[in-house]
Design a protein around this ligand. Sequence first.
Ligand code: HEM
Length: 409
Amino acid sequence: MNNPLKSAAAHYDPTLPQVVRDPYPSLLALQRHDPAHWNPKLKAWVLTRYDDVKMALTSTDMSVDRIRPFYENLPAKEKGVLSELMRYLTLWLVFRDPPEHTRLRHLMSRAFTMRAVEVLRPGVEDICDMLTDRLPRGEAFDFVNDFAMQLPAMVIMDLLGVPRKHMFHLKSCSDRMQLFIGSARNAPDKYERAAEGAHEMATLFRGLIAERRAEPRDDLISAFIAAREADDAMTEDELVAACMLVMFGGHETSANLLGGGMAKFIAHPEAARLLADQPDLAKSAVEECLRLDGPSGSMARLVAVEHQLHGKTLRPGERVFAMINTANQDPDMFERPGDFDITRKPNRHLTFGYGAHFCMGAALARLEAEVTFPRLVQRLPNLKLAARPIEWHATIIMRGPRVMPVELH
Ligand code: HEM
């Protein structure tokens, strides 16, 4: 007899609108029936079990250096368009293997650890209150645009030392860069627009780096300039790339955590009430918002060394998607994995990655969410979804609402 789960697994198509909206029925079917799945649409392996995803994130059989081979295979015209964007992306440590990764990570962590995250809490609380006060009452608004995107952007800009007046411009730069880095959207001029976004963002940071060289301040740009490991320091291009990575990585993902998290609290009013009554549950509530349908859809890798997985042969050069959100619902790892349980413990989700590339901004992202969720469920108990449905990002890498129409009753 035809098994509907098996046939859902065989037909995983991430471009279908219903799969963009809710990818889990087909991904969980893959987890059960085809854990090392070759997907013809993605032309890539799709891994969905917890242990396999963790392995892909840490194994030396896999490489993170996937942007360069992709670029090398493009036609000459597109290569020309993307050359400046590539100049910076190839210096992002997310796309570097050792030894370059080890060197850059040491230098960047020096600057990061110079700045304790907890001291940022009062600033994050002020931003959260200011944005909450500004939300329109009695009419529908987009929670992503009016809150979820702005809070992390302001926090990361304050941390870096970028004046807030640049916020919407920087947001537009990263939206355009996103067209190359993680989007399934097929805009006709997407490479031109991505290149333009990178150029504008790099120009802004180059200017700020020059200002901080002349006059250092107490900010992350100055700390990046000052970071030394033995006699080594970041080059000018590495500094620009590091600022771009922190700006890009530091607000898109956190915006998805705040937007996606509030969508869950709206869908589960009993959890919202529990958190409002017991704000000391904030830490475990944040971990649950990270785990269940959290901001990391998947991470990409390239097979570096031929190896076998679940009877399949993975060959060098083939792409792999380690499906983090699906691994976070593996019943071998989590009890009642589909339940939204803000008291869940332990909660060993893989949302910040694992191993050498573990997210450098995890503490900051957690802080932003720990401040936001209890405050919003207390201050806005009547936040509801508006009639227009949530639009989700059409990419398998990032997961979260792109537009989230809500109302305050
Ligand atoms: C909820 C928010 C966030 C999520 C879900 C997230 C997720 C991730 C994941 C999964 C990785 C590993 C990438 C891989 O293995 O290929 C990563 C790396 C990274 N993240 Fe985040 N991130 C978040 C927020 C931030 C913030 C706020 C910052 C900066 C302040 C940041 C900076 C970075 C950097 C620099 C790396 C590269 C680490 C490396 O390759 O060694 N992230 N992030």
